[in-house]
Design a protein around this ligand. Structure first.
Ligand code: HEC
Length: 167
């Protein structure tokens, strides 16, 4: 009997929780999100950009153009997220200086040109630092990475249907 009562209470809690989330989920509008809901800080968004910047490099260097395009899109999405969630920060207005550099990388990927990729990626990286200087965060120096950021992801163009094997 007690067991069933416990189950019933758990079910009640569960349904009331999911109901209270509904209106927020349905609107999908960040402006109407609950007050006090977690929002990543500017620096956290930058750390995400840093990860995709590194992945983009290894994808492009390996001429894995599909992955490179994906990583570049991730950067663009995070830039958009900063514009939405960090409107109040003065630095957000400066973000647009990335646009021409991002376009050049996109062009290099579309043309599948290793030479253009290296040039445009270098330009992109210099633009990151130009902004860091402009907004007085010049001590955050971005560079072209030497080693892949993660050892559990394959950046080379491989047969994607291949099964993972322990070597
Ligand atoms: C608006 C100009 C601007 C642009 C463009 C920009 N950043 Fe930043 N970045 C900042 C600011 C501001 C911070 C400090 C954020 C904070 O914590 O308040 C920062 C911090 C960082 C950090 C340090 C994060 C940490 O917590 O350790 C990294 C890494 C970084 N940026 C990478 C990049 C990369 C990579 C690019 C280019 C693809 C880039 N940034 C482009 C403004 C910019």
């Amino acid at each position: 009997m007690l067991k069933y009562l416990c189950l019933f209470i758990m079910l009640l809690i569960f349904t009331s929780c999911s109901n209270s989330n509904k209106p927020e989920e349905q609107t999908g509008n960040p402006e109407t999100k609950q007050a006090g809901a977690y929002k990543p800080g500017f620096g956290e968004f930058m750390t995400y950009i840093q990860i995709h910047h590194a992945k983009l490099w290894f994808a492009g260097k390996n001429q894995n153009w599909k992955l490179a395009e994906f990583e570049l899109d991730e950067i663009t999405e995070i830039v958009e997220a900063i514009k939405t969630y960090q409107k109040e920060r003065e630095e957000t207005k400066v973000l647009q200086i990335l646009d021409p550099a991002i376009d050049s990388v996109k062009n290099a990927i579309q043309k599948q040109s290793p030479k253009l990729f290296i040039q445009s990626f270098t330009d992109l990286t210099n633009t990151c630092n130009t902004c860091h200087h402009a907004v007085k965060f010049e001590f955050n120096v971005v560079k072209i990475p030497d080693t892949p950021p993660f050892s559990n992801q394959d950046f080379t163009l491989n047969d994607t249907s291949r099964k993972v094997q322990f070597k």
